[in-house]
Design a protein around this ligand. Structure first.
Ligand SMILES: [Zn+2]
Length: 153
């Protein structure tokens, strides 16, 4: 354990574009702060398998891969966080969004990563982690039975 647990998380965090080229390092810190609030087991899984893609304020950016994609893990994930779109949102809301996406990684075997069950399941899980739900209504995702019908096609 180091004096600052956030330093540990930031050291192990895979985020693109790399902080040195990114105009909004504070966004990366917010990812780290969110991960610190996840259960240790979940945090380690996320750090091990996820690359966060933080959309910065620049219009375009070309980056050579600084890290072979998920060379050591069986399966890797990219989580895209559109920070510019949430500039007016409270910090808590942004952290809920980050946690929600992490929940999708944890739950993908149970629910997949999209659709009604996946969205509800992800919000159920982040509630357990101490975050507020990200959706007020799940109507846009239709009903579970509808999803099954689509699957059968
Ligand atoms: Zn979702």
């Amino acid at each position: 354990m180091t004096a600052n647990p956030l330093d540990d998380v930031m050291y192990n965090l895979k985020v693109s574009p790399i902080p040195a080229t990114c105009s909004v390092e504070a966004d990366h810190q917010l990812i780290g702060e969110t991960l610190l609030r996840l259960p240790t087991r979940v945090r380690n899984k996320i750090l091990d398998t996820v690359t966060f893609v933080a959309m910065g304020d620049v219009l375009g950016q070309t980056e050579e891969d600084y890290c072979p994609p998920h060379a050591e893990s069986k399966r890797g994930w990219d989580i895209y966080i559109n920070f510019p779109a949430m500039r007016k949102s409270p910090k808590s809301r942004v952290m809920e969004t980050i946690a929600h996406e992490c929940a999708h990684v944890v739950l993908h075997k149970t629910y997949g990563t999209g659709g009604l069950e996946a969205e509800k399941g992800a919000d159920d899980l982040i509630e357990k982690w101490g975050f507020k739900r990200t959706y007020k209504s799940y109507r846009q995702f239709g009903s579970a039975s509808k999803k099954k019908a689509v699957k059968m096609e």
